[in-house]
Design a binder for this molecule. Structure first.
Ligand code: NI
Length: 428
């Protein structure tokens, strides 16, 4: 028989676990006997204590009223006229006691909630109100779902759990809105008062309840690009650097203009000026790959392409701590073989002032500002002095025209992403 019962109990436990019902409170029916004998719990007509039934609000009121030395409470004199509590109700006196002392409020101004089940967070708040004087407010525990608790309940849950009065579930949750069993309610009460007796209750004001962390840990982090959505975006890009003197001048101008750009660096020049590349990265600009040798990649074998690209990435990462995620092939030159070999999105351009061909800064400025459209990628070179001179005016004009300057990574993130081996001329 004993063995059979054990198997039954095991089967029940497995059933409960499979259904996600892990009992939060250790169960000891003797505790219920003690409180029933004290008069806090009614037995049913068959004299059962029904430990696994969920406790009703009026049953909780009954249990608590037996320990409250009712003299006067904050709600005294204005005894709530609950429309659902009849004077003839066996719970009438208990409800008046808990309501008058402020231990339990109605579920609305004129409704106590007769016949409704008490929730776990309501239990925490009620116990907190009665026993606050014997709790260490500095002892707090948190739960993965504490943020789901009502604003008036989270602090009480946190303190009661920190004082080891109320438990959560094995998965780290508390389930504040779940109902609570009769035996769980009495077990919690018994931890606070091992010998049942009457006490004077001084209910703290809601303002004195401890606060708790209301942030949802499961919430997706706020979209870092949200501020760019719906804006007119434009990306300035500078190829072939760093240059020993012009790139620092450009960085000063970008800093003054308060914008971030993308540098398509050659590995060879980063090897020559690693600290300038590092400065660009430290100031928030994007560093991208423009090959090591700046030779047309179509002239290389597949292995040669990868060596030239990977070596540039290695040098850039070594100098700056940042590994490029996008490539601009030298001269834009590419074919299917190049595209499949590089392993990164290929970022081309939609506006090219041909600044390398001896154009004046005025011409560069006009070419760019007269053509700029949302999503454009502008090609310049930070080894060309005329472009560096034109940059402050370009920034000023495009800002006036409502553009927001972004890096290529930002443009990609806001405008649908980019795939390795694909060509991108703009991100509309
Ligand atoms: Ni180039």
């Amino acid at each position: 028989m004993k063995r059979g019962r054990g198997i039954l109990a095991l089967a029940l436990l497995v059933f409960l676990c499979l259904n996600g019902v892990v009992v939060a409170e250790a169960e000891n029916v003797d505790v219920m006997e003690k409180w029933a004998n004290y008069g806090a719990l009614r037995r049913d007509e068959n004299s059962y204590l029904r430990p696994d039934d969920f406790i009703l609000r009026e049953e909780a009121a009954k249990a608590l009223s037996t320990i409250i030395l009712y003299e006067a409470g904050p709600n005294d004199g204005g005894v709530p006229a609950f429309t659902d509590v009849d004077v003839s109700s066996p719970y009438y006196e208990s409800i008046i006691t808990v309501a008058s002392t402020g231990v339990m409020n109605g579920i609305s101004a004129d409704t106590f909630g007769i016949g409704e089940l008490l929730t776990r967070e309501q239990t925490a708040v009620i116990m907190y109100r009665v026993f606050v004087s014997q709790l260490n407010i500095d002892l707090r525990s948190s739960f993965s779902d504490l943020w789901q608790a009502s604003s008036w309940a989270g602090g009480a849950i946190s303190v009661l759990a920190g004082n080891r009065i109320i438990n959560g579930y094995s998965d780290g949750s508390f389930k504040p809105h779940n109902t609570i069993k009769r035996i769980e309610f009495i077990t919690i009460l018994d931890r606070l008062m091992p010998e049942p007796h009457k006490i004077v209750v001084n209910v703290p004001s809601p303002a004195d309840f401890p606060d708790f962390d209301r942030t949802d840990p499961n919430q997706a982090p706020a979209d870092p690009y949200a501020h760019l959505v719906g804006k007119k975006l434009i990306a300035l890009t500078f190829d072939d650097g760093p240059h020993g003197t012009l790139t620092p001048r450009l960085l000063d101008a970008l800093d003054a203009g308060g914008i971030k750009v993308t540098f398509f660096l050659t590995g060879a020049n980063v090897a020559a000026y690693p600290s300038i590349a590092k400065r660009a990265a430290d100031e928030g600009h994007q560093l991208a790959n423009h090959s090591y040798s700046h030779k047309s990649l179509t002239s290389f074998t597949n292995e040669g392409i990868q060596n030239d690209i990977n070596y540039a990435s290695y040098i850039i990462e070594n100098a700056t701590g940042v590994r490029p995620t996008v490539l601009r092939p030298p001269f834009g030159s590419n074919n299917a073989r190049v595209r499949s070999a590089v392993g990164m999105p290929l970022i081309m351009w939609s506006i090219d002032p041909q600044d390398w061909s001896g154009k004046s800064s005025d011409t560069i400025y006009s070419h760019i500002t007269s053509r700029a459209r949302d999503g454009d990628i502008i090609l310049m070179h930070d080894i060309v002095q005329a472009s560096i001179i034109a940059v402050p005016r370009i920034i000023e004009k495009l800002k006036q025209d409502g553009f927001v300057f972004v890096t290529i990574d930002e443009l990609i993130a806001v405008r649908g992403g980019a795939q390795a081996g694909e060509l991108y001329y703009s991100f509309r």
